[in-house]
Ligand binder design. Structure first.
Ligand SMILES: CC(C)(COP(=O)(O)OP(=O)(O)OC[C@H]1O[C@@H](n2cnc3c(N)ncnc32)[C@H](O)[C@@H]1OP(=O)(O)O)[C@@H](O)C(=O)NCCC(=O)NCCS
Length: 168
């Protein structure tokens, strides 16, 4: 719960939550969300999300979070959100790579996907840097924040991971 102040900074930022499923959260709503996150500490069954806080090593400030869902048999889904003050510095890529390592090397996943709302260019760029390929573009694939939105499905396979970061 010590992370609440840090979390409230980006959970309450309309720019950060624009393309994620949650609304802009006030402190009370962030606290409620944090209570749920505190239970999401392991991946032992399909359907579970592991949610990890990302800290600046020197200060312990929480600047973002990275998520991994155990979606189905050896399949995962990744997500991330970072405080605006700490975007554009490579932190999200570093955290996402750690999560991919956990998924592919730790849990033996075969494929990890990400579903992005079309227009979330920073997210698509990040996934491209990580080595994700676009698999699909679902026109009006979801009703998202009061409008129909097009979804992009991107993914990486275990072989592709090993050819890149996994080999280093
Ligand atoms: C998606 C999101 C996590 C991407 O964060 P990010 O900080 O842009 O991603 P990275 O950590 O890879 O940082 C890379 C950027 O930092 C720049 N950068 C600066 N210094 C850097 C360094 N030392 N190392 C690496 N990158 C650096 C890169 O050039 C790159 O900028 P670019 O995308 O304009 O080319 C962030 O935009 C976010 O939190 N968005 C809101 C939540 C959201 O939409 N989540 C996704 C839902 S699917």
């Amino acid at each position: 719960m010590d992370d609440l102040d840090d979390l409230a900074v980006f959970h309450g930022d309309a720019d950060v939550v624009r393309f994620v499923p949650w609304p802009v959260r006030d402190r009370a709503a962030t606290e409620e969300a944090l209570r749920v996150k505190l239970t999401q500490t392991g991946l032992v069954a399909h359907g579970q999300w592991l949610v990890l806080a990302v800290e600046v090593r020197e200060t312990g400030t929480v600047i973002g979070e990275v998520l991994l869902k155990w979606a189905s048999h050896r399949q995962g889904e990744i997500g991330f959100a970072f405080a605006r003050s700490h975007q554009g510095r490579g932190y999200a890529a570093e955290a996402a790579r750690a999560m991919l390592r956990l998924g592919f090397d730790g849990l033996g996943f075969h494929r990890i996907s990400a579903v992005v709302i079309d227009g979330n260019d920073a997210s698509v760029r990040l996934l491209g840097r990580l080595g994700f390929r676009q698999e699909a573009r679902l026109v009006d694939g979801v009703h998202f924040k009061d409008r129909w939105a097009t979804q992009l499905v991107l993914a990486m396979l275990e072989d592709e991971w090993r050819e890149r970061d996994g080999a280093t």
